[in-house]
Design a protein around this ligand. Structure first.
Ligand code: HEC
Ligand code: HEC
Ligand code: HEC
Ligand code: HEC
Ligand code: HEC
Length: 196
């Protein structure tokens, strides 16, 4: 073999090794943690919340690469992330998959001028103050973290939503979880910041 051929061979062996071993090991199980964040510790076994229509996050985020904040628009500028209005869905589903029962059900809501009554999956008690905006600003906007990868930041508190067929709660979001992350990442420690 010539030197270049050898080089090419080595590269393809290496590429194969990466493909065969590294990819499966890091595949759908975990999202990468952005380098500027020490991740919060704790898991929760996700409970299934029945929804009026099973909305497949996996198809929209994983297959179609739609950004989390395209639908959850308010995350970077208000306390709540927001659930998208049906009009946003219909921008695509007036045309796409109109033969599917779930899309026909969605279209019925739309024609009646209603939205499916999505049930809450995550809900901290009322005495807890939480704001999406503060966290997205700190970890995305102020950190110059690419917005295309925002799901890695969402994933700290919501897990790997892109692999979910229906949204589930997979992080505890209890006081220990929040406080440990604040301690590790210079977040506020005063009781009254989280309890008003
Ligand atoms: C095409 C629109 C769309 C995209 C893109 C999308 N979502 Fe959603 N999301 C929804 C809808 C609709 C619901 C309500 C149904 C449900 O809870 O399963 C929802 C629910 C959720 C919930 C649960 C809300 C609750 O009640 O607690 C979380 C968390 C969530 N999404 C996070 C994400 C993250 C993270 C991403 C990106 C990886 C993402 N979503 C991308 C439409 C979208
Ligand atoms: C950017 C375009 C786009 C938007 C916006 C969008 N979808 Fe979809 N959705 C798709 C595509 C593409 C598919 C896959 C269709 C297929 O497999 O035939 C899909 C599939 C689905 C399916 C599965 C249908 C089935 O049974 O196979 C459901 C349910 C669904 N979308 C609901 C929603 C809801 C609810 C919203 C709004 C929160 C929404 N979609 C927003 C493009 C979109
Ligand atoms: C630091 C933790 C944290 C991060 C990061 C985070 N969330 Fe949340 N999220 C929460 C908590 C806590 C709740 C429950 C809030 C409540 O009950 O008032 C929640 C609720 C939600 C909800 C349902 C209620 C609402 O606010 O509309 C959606 C949708 C959601 N998150 C989407 C996202 C998306 C998309 C991202 C990334 C852009 C994200 N979250 C990032 C902690 C987080
Ligand atoms: C990924 C780590 C992380 C997690 C998890 C996390 N936080 Fe934070 N939080 C931070 C950091 C860092 C800041 C400081 C942001 C800044 O400096 O602007 C912050 C800021 C806040 C603020 C704003 C305080 C103010 O100055 O107004 C509140 C409120 C808050 N967090 C509540 C919570 C609650 C409640 C939870 C759990 C449901 C939680 N956080 C989970 C890292 C985290
Ligand atoms: C980073 C945010 C954060 C800070 C700081 C924080 N808490 Fe909490 N706290 C929470 C969350 C979230 C819950 C809700 C836990 C749950 O849902 O189980 C909670 C729950 C509680 C409860 C109810 C516990 C129970 O078991 O019912 C008490 C009491 C409390 N906190 C007191 C405090 C005190 C005192 C401080 C200061 C030393 C403090 N918290 C600081 C986030 C925080």
């Amino acid at each position: 073999m010539t030197a270049t051929k050898k080089m090419k061979f080595m590269v393809s062996v290496f590429a194969f090794a990466v493909f065969a071993f590294v990819l499966p090991a890091t595949s759908l199980a975990d999202l990468p943690v952005p380098a500027h964040i020490i991740p919060p510790v704790g898991e929760h076994s996700g409970e299934h919340v029945p929804q009026p229509i099973d909305f497949p996050h996996d198809r929209h985020v994983n297959d179609m690469k739609i950004n989390c904040m395209y639908c959850h628009t308010y995350a970077r500028r208000s306390a709540v992330a927001g659930i998208p209005p049906t009009s946003k869905c219909m921008g695509c589903h007036k045309m796409i998959a109109t033969d599917k029962p779930r899309i026909q059900k969605l279209t019925e809501y739309w024609e009646k001028g209603e939205s499916p009554k999505w049930k809450k999956v995550h809900d901290v008690p009322d005495y807890v103050h939480f704001s999406h905006e503060k966290h997205i600003r700190k970890f995305v906007d102020k950190a110059d973290f690419p917005v295309e990868d925002v799901q890695q930041v969402c994933g700290l508190c919501h897990g790997e939503v892109k692999a979910m067929t229906v949204a589930e709660k997979v992080k505890p979001l209890n006081m220990g979880f929040c406080v440990r992350c604040h301690e590790a990442n210079d977040g506020p420690g005063d009781c009254w910041k989280c309890h008003k």
